[in-house]
Design a protein. Structure first.
Length: 220
C-alpha cells in the first residue's frame, strides 16, 4: 500500500514537471492585465484635425471705388506690389448721380418745336431739340451743376420772352469697384499701397471681416 502511494506521488511529480515544460503553459498565467480603453477615449484621426485656432488667419474683405472703367480697376489690381498673390474681383454698378439743373422750353408739337429751334439758332442762342424720353420735343437751353448758374440763365431767357422753365435732369453713371481679400494683419498696409498707387482718389474704401472665411497659416 505504501509502495502504491509512492508510485502515485512520483507520477504526479513527473506529470507536473512535464506540463511545466510544454511551451505556452507557463505563459498562460502571465497575461498582462489592464483596463481596456473607454469608448470616449477612442477617436478617429483626421488629417485636418491638427489645425488649431491659433493657426487660422482672419481675412478682411476690402472694396474700393469708384473707377470709371473696368480696365482702370484691373490695371490697379494687377500691379504686383499691392495685390500680389491676392485674389480680386471687379464689379459693375449703375450709380445714381446728383441731378443737373436743366433750363428748357417745355415739350410742344414737333413742328412748332423745330420752327422755334430754328429761330433761336438764327439769334445765336445755344439750343438743342430733345429727341426722346419724357421731355421729347422740348428745347434744351443748358445743363448746369450749379443751381445758381441755372437760375441766372433762366432769368435771362425769360427777359427774352422765352417760355423757359427749370427742371431736374436725372442721370446715372456706370462705375466699377475693386474687391479683394487680405489677411487682417496686413489689411492696413495693403490699403495704403492701393491708395498710393491710385493717388488717394477713391470715393470710398470699405473694410469688413469676411464672413465665414478663415484660412490656415502656411508654413514657410
Amino acid at each position: 500500500m505504501k509502495l502504491l502511494a509512492l508510485v502515485l506521488l512520483l507520477l504526479n511529480a513527473a506529470l507536473w514537471y512535464g506540463l511545466k515544460g510544454v511551451p505556452g503553459y507557463s505563459r498562460a498565467s502571465s497575461v498582462v492585465t489592464g483596463a481596456l480603453p473607454r469608448v470616449e477615449g477612442l477617436r478617429s484621426v483626421d488629417s485636418h484635425s491638427d489645425v488649431s485656432l491659433g493657426a487660422l488667419e482672419v481675412q478682411s474683405c476690402v472694396t474700393v471705388g469708384w473707377f470709371s472703367t473696368a480696365e482702370n480697376a484691373k490695371v490697379l489690381a494687377e500691379k504686383g506690389r499691392p495685390l500680389e498673390h491676392v485674389s480680386y474681383q471687379i464689379t459693375k454698378r449703375a450709380r445714381e448721380l446728383s441731378p443737373l439743373h436743366w433750363v428748357i422750353i417745355p415739350p410742344q408739337p414737333e413742328q412748332i418745336a423745330l420752327a422755334q429751334l430754328k429761330k433761336l439758332r438764327e439769334l445765336g442762342v445755344d439750343s438743342y431739340l430733345v429727341a426722346k424720353g419724357g421731355s421729347r420735343n422740348a428745347i434744351s437751353l443748358g445743363l448746369f451743376e450749379s443751381r445758381e448758374a441755372a437760375i441766372s440763365v433762366l432769368e435771362e431767357k425769360k427777359r427774352q420772352n422765352l417760355n423757359a422753365i427749370l427742371a431736374n435732369f436725372t442721370r446715372n453713371q456706370i462705375s466699377y469697384a475693386l474687391s479683394f481679400e487680405v489677411s487682417s494683419k496686413l489689411v492696413e498696409k495693403q490699403v495704403q499701397a492701393v491708395e498710393a498707387d491710385y493717388g488717394n482718389n477713391f470715393d470710398f474704401i470699405e473694410i469688413n471681416t469676411c464672413e465665414g472665411v478663415a484660412r490656415s497659416k502656411k508654413n514657410p
